[in-house]
Design a protein. Sequence first.
Length: 207
Amino acid sequence: MPSTDDLGSVVDAAVRARLDDSGQACDAAERFIVADDLYDGFVEKFTAALLDRRSGAPLSSVAAAGTLARQVAAAVAAGATLHTEGERRGAHFPAGVLTGLTTEHATARQELSGPAAMVFRAAGEADALRIANDTPYALGWYVFTTDSARAGRVAGGIEAGMAFVNGVGAEDAELPFGGVKRSGSGREPGRPGIEEFVGKKLVRTVA
């Protein structure tokens, strides 16, 4: 989030994006990168909203909750701060926000499948892109800014299969969906998705 004139709306979108399917959807937002001048306000409002709207649904299994618990514990052991309420009960995992992370933390470069969010402070646009791209996973990103030129630069500079500007949940049947790096190859649906299932024949007449 490089800039905004409506922090409340951005926070609401961030919470919805993080809690998609209790944070287990493949495109649920996990890493939130916030401009330095907006960071403190975002963390305060985002944490309060996330904990207030926590899902009562369990994760897919007790094992999944255990994996997430180990990832969060590793981040805290490495110096991150966990903001949460409640405790894990079987497959139920309490919503939480991790702050104080850097890309040097192992957890910062992992996928968190569950209602735990990571928030990073960015010194500027270049720093935000550095943090965003320092991960082996690259399905999609959401960019929130009031500057259309910056939106284009950031969306273009992000290494990911998708970038959505000023909105979440904007996937649609006619749009190609997919990632790069360890988030896979190929696309679904849309025209590129249809072409993944089409056998193509080359006919070349030389003379």
